[in-house]
Structure formats: C-alpha cells, structure tokens
Design a binder for this molecule. Structure first.
Ligand code: G3P
Ligand code: CA
Length: 252
C-alpha cells in the first residue's frame, strides 16, 4: 500500500524544492524553478495567485512588495502590470530581468521535465478559478504530475469538485481536530504540516499512514531537522535547500 500516491513504505522520503530552489535564485521565478527541476528531487513546490484580470501567476505574498521592484496587491494588478515588474533584482543583480511567471509558463517548464509539482493555491479560490487551473493542467498534460495544496477548506472543496482528477493535499499550520477525517473529507492524499505540529502529536504520522494517507513536512533547512523528520516517518520534506538535502540523504 502507498501513503497516498506519494511513497511506498520503505522507499526513500521525497524532497520538494520550496518555491523552486530559492537558495540559489529568486523564489518562484523561472530561474529558481529551472534550478529545482534540474536537481534530483521528485517535487517542486510553488505558490499561485490570481491577477485582477484572472490570470494565475506564481508568487507567494499577497503583494509584490518583497519580491519585485513594484508595490501593490497581486489581485489588484493586471497580468500586464505584474509582468512589467523585475522579480529578480531584489535577490541579486545577476537575476535582474526575471519576471513573475504565469502558471501556464511554469506548466510548460514542468512538462519538459520528469518532475512533479506541489502547487499551493494561496488564499480562497472560487470553483470557477479552480476550473481555470484544471483546464491549464489538462492542456499542458500535467494533471497527473501535480498535487494541488491549500490551507483553505473552501479552496480544497473547490478543487475536489472542479479539478476532481488532480490529486490534492491539505496544508495545516495547526493541529487539525480530526486529521484523518478532515483529509479524507476533501479526498486529499496527504497532510502537509510543520515540525511544531508533528512534534506535539507523536501519533499523527502513523494514524494517517494506517489509512493510506501521506504526510509531508515544511520547511526544513537544517540537518538535525531533516533527521528528526525522517525519524518521525514523514513521506517527504519541503526545503529551501534541495541540493543540500539531497547530498545529505545520499551520505546518510
Ligand atoms: O507548501 C508548504 C509551505 O510552502 C507553506 O507555507 O508560507 O511557504 O507558502 P508558505
Ligand atoms: Ca507554499
């Protein structure tokens, strides 16, 4: 039996590059995503938001302030406005000229690789907006290589009804009241949670594994935290430093 469709018992844990490989390039840009997709890990994690004119784009924050040379809310800017921003110079002058990728652009990049993507839908998504994502996944042939993730129950419900053939995962910052029931209720394959929740709930991984569900942990960048996570039996680790984690796993 598999833990979700993520990993069979005994197989090594998965590694996911958080926002691409944000240790070497500006997060969620083509440069960071290309770096992550070129590495040995199976998954790349990224964040998606909608522009004011309804285009799904890759950006973590609600505003463009931290990761571009502009200011303002993503959902109050058109795709053309976002596209004119420099999303690389804040990280390094080498990366000036990087822009905010559209989801479509990322899916084309993913299609050229053999990797999978953990796509986090940030905030609350309507069924119509999730349908748009599902169409983009279908057109790019990427439905089977993507797991949609969200912290928001409404977004997960919209994904279940409007992107039913795409796998999904629940993100949880706090312990869920009844993790098995809540993950199962939205037909998710896994819970993605943090070290605090896992440390405070020693039986959590086993209780999800017992019913065939997976557990991933975010965001771990230190060797000791990787060792602790693996000892807890997680199926995968989301990290800002995917090549370091891969090297450490190879040496362990
Ligand atoms: O997907 C796991 C993790 O990325 C959630 O936190 O804030 O980095 O999107 P955040
Ligand atoms: Ca994320």
């Amino acid at each position: 039996t598999m833990f979700g469709t993520l990993r069979a018992p005994g197989e090594p844990a998965l590694i996911a590059g958080h926002r691409g490989d944000r240790s070497t390039a500006p997060e969620n840009t083509i440069a960071a995503l290309t770096a992550a997709l070129a590495g040995p890990m199976v998954f790349v994690e990224t964040d998606v938001r909608l522009t004011s004119d309804g285009v799904p784009v890759l950006i973590h924050d609600e505003t463009v302030d931290r990761t571009t040379n502009g200011t303002g809310r993503v959902d109050e800017m058109t795709f053309a406005e976002l596209r004119s921003l420099d999303a690389g110079s804040w990280f390094s002058s080498v990366h000036s000229g990087e822009h905010i990728p559209s989801l479509e652009e990322f899916l084309d990049l993913l299609a050229e690789s053999r990797k999978k993507a953990m796509i986090e839908l940030k905030g609350v998504w309507s069924p119509e907006a999730v349908s748009l994502v599902d169409s983009l996944l279908a057109e790019s042939g990427m439905r089977s290589r993507v797991v949609l993730a969200s912290f928001e129950p409404e977004t997960l419900a919209a994904a279940q009804s409007h992107a039913p053939s795409v796998e999904r995962a629940i993100l949880g910052r706090e312990m869920l009241t009844d993790p098995v029931a809540e993950v199962s209720a939205v037909g998710a394959i896994a819970l993605i949670t943090n070290a605090k929740v896992l440390a405070a709930n020693p039986g959590l991984v086993d209780s999800l594994h017992d019913v065939g569900l997976g557990v991933l942990i975010y965001t771990l960048n230190e060797e000791q935290s990787w060792a602790e996570a693996l000892a807890m039996g997680v199926d995968g680790i989301i990290t800002d430093t995917p090549s370091s984690l891969d090297g450490w796993l190879a040496d362990t």
